[in-house]
Ligand binder design. Structure first.
Ligand code: C2O
Ligand code: CU
Ligand code: CU
Length: 484
């Protein structure tokens, strides 16, 4: 369906709403429904598709049309007409086949963020272009020792990644634990932001917002505004949180509840770590255990200052308007009441990967992120160059371990993401880490630096690394790596 234009809305509005325009899907709903609802909806989840006998075959149709979003009818982008798209649950060793059907009016493709799979051919190939009206068959083979955890999928067609993710194209992927962790329930919380205009269309953004990295006025969990969750005290729940925002950082906390961090991205910690709050850069995930305590608790995102661009007003990471103290936004409300549950068995230790701190390093590299003014436009670069799909910026040998120093020469944070091969963080701003932390998105603070090591295991082929502020990626802050 076409986005609703202001002109047709006004025209139809003047004809007298309910009686005349019934049947114009989307429009009637858009105009007739209130834009905000005060009653909190119960948290809902997208459909779950599970692998069996080692495989999962799914079809994802990307289209533009009417969807339920933020408690109203909107006209947005969606996979299979829902935001988020279906949750895919698979096991290490599985073959995942995704038939992507592009019913958008522009090119798209698909990326399985964080999965350790081949970047070639029909695999997690960032260079595949699926034109409008076209389709493509992806096939991902997970190694038998693939790390369990929280992953996600989203488009990766250079130039319109931010528009498509902000428009509603994303979904969760869970790789199951070999040894289950006992909990009462699991909740997948896909956090996204977007802005809807009065007609329910996704708001276009300015060049200035692109340079800053767009942040929406609606902060959503599974496409809902401040949904309600219910539990009994003493219950242990598993929360899998995905930051699917195009550019917004999420500093999350929930009052009064007991939080234990199991993993960030696919990097399972040796022991669950008691935490009070956590910062998720765009693209990051958290795998959490929440042990509930009687009362009402609000999961909030507190404002995080990710820096400003010099000489540009109003580009500091924006606050969501209309919230209590304007500094924190409620994401969801948890009500805990009833009979006490528990206690819970000890969490089995996560399987540990090799600690790369003791690995011989084959190559040291330095990647410098730049956001500089040139010809009246911000240029977003890595090592002074903008993305060129035909150029290979980095060549690594399969089986080797490299050490990369990520240097941010700009006055805004950049969350650095490498496809296929996870990074182990070695040093942050001159401080060596004394434990193993593995992530696939690593925040490099404004004027700061981070050192990581990467084991180029298993796969050869060309892939990419980039800033996961998706506007920056679209503006050129991306490079090509070839492992051979
Ligand atoms: Cu989630 Cu290349 O990105
Ligand atoms: Cu990715
Ligand atoms: Cu950036």
């Amino acid at each position: 369906m076409e986005p609703l234009s202001r002109r047709s809305a006004l025209l139809l509005g003047s004809l007298g709403l309910a009686s005349t325009v019934m049947g114009v899907t989307g429009l009637v709903m858009t105009l007739a429904r209130p834009t905000t609802s005060t009653a909190e909806p119960d948290l809902t989840y997208p459909p779950v598709l599970k692998s069996s006998a080692g495989r999962l075959d799914v079809q994802l149709e990307a289209s533009h049309g009417p969807v339920q979003l933020a408690g109203r009818q909107a006209s947005a982008l969606a996979y299979n007409h829902e935001i988020p798209g279906p949750t895919l649950r698979i096991q290490p060793g599985d073959v995942l086949r995704i038939h992507l059907v592009n019913n958008l009016r522009e090119a798209t493709n698909l990326h399985v963020h964080g999965l350790h799979v081949s970047p070639q051919g029909q695999g997690d190939n960032a260079f595949t272009v699926v034109g409008p009206g076209r389709d493509f068959g992806y096939e991902y083979r997970l190694p038998d020792d693939h790390p369990p955890g929280v992953y996600w999928y989203h488009p990766h067609h250079h130039g319109n990644v931010a528009d498509q993710v902000f428009g509603g194209l994303f979904g969760a992927i869970i790789v199951e634990d070999p040894e289950p962790i006992s909990t009462v329930r699991e909740r997948i919380l896909v956090v996204s932001d977007t802005t809807l205009d009065p007609f329910g269309n996704i708001q276009q953004v300015s060049q200035m917002e692109r340079m800053a990295g767009r942040e929406g006025t609606l902060l959503l969990v599974n496409g809902q505004l401040n949904p309600r969750l219910e539990a009994r005290p003493g219950e242990r729940e598993r929360w899998r949180i995905i930051n699917a925002c195009a550019a917004r950082y999420l500093r999350l906390s929930i009052d009064g509840q007991r939080l234990q961090l199991l993993a960030t991205d696919s990097g399972r910690l040796p022991q669950p770590l008691a935490t009070e709050d956590l910062l998720l850069a765009p693209g990051n995930r958290a795998d959490l255990l929440v042990t509930t305590v009687t009362g009402e608790a609000v999961l909030r995102a507190t404002h995080y200052n990710r820096g400003v661009m010099p000489g540009m007003p109003g580009t500091e990471g924006s606050r969501v308007p209309g919230t209590e103290d304007n500094d924190s936004t409620p994401l969801a409300t948890l009500r805990v009441a009833g009979k006490q549950a528990g206690p819970w068995p000890v969490v089995p230790a996560g399987s540990q990967r090799a600690d790369l701190r003791s690995s011989p390093v084959a190559v040291h590299r330095r990647l410098t992120f730049g956001a500089g003014m040139g010809m009246g436009m911000m240029g977003f670069t890595i090592n002074g160059r903008q993305f060129d799909a035909t150029r290979t910026d980095t060549i690594a040998s399969v089986g080797s371990v490299e050490e990369w120093t990520l240097v941010n020469g700009s006055s805004m944070d950049h969350p650095f993401h490498l496809h296929v091969w996870p990074m182990q963080i070695i040093e942050e701003d001159g401080q060596a880490l004394d434990f193993v932390r593995r992530q696939d998105v690593v925040n490099v603070p404004a004027n700061g630096r981070v050192t990581v090591r990467v084991a180029f295991d298993d796969f050869v082929g060309r892939s990419v690394y980039h800033c996961h502020i998706l506007d920056h990626e679209d503006l050129g802050m991306m490079g090509v790596i070839e492992v051979r």
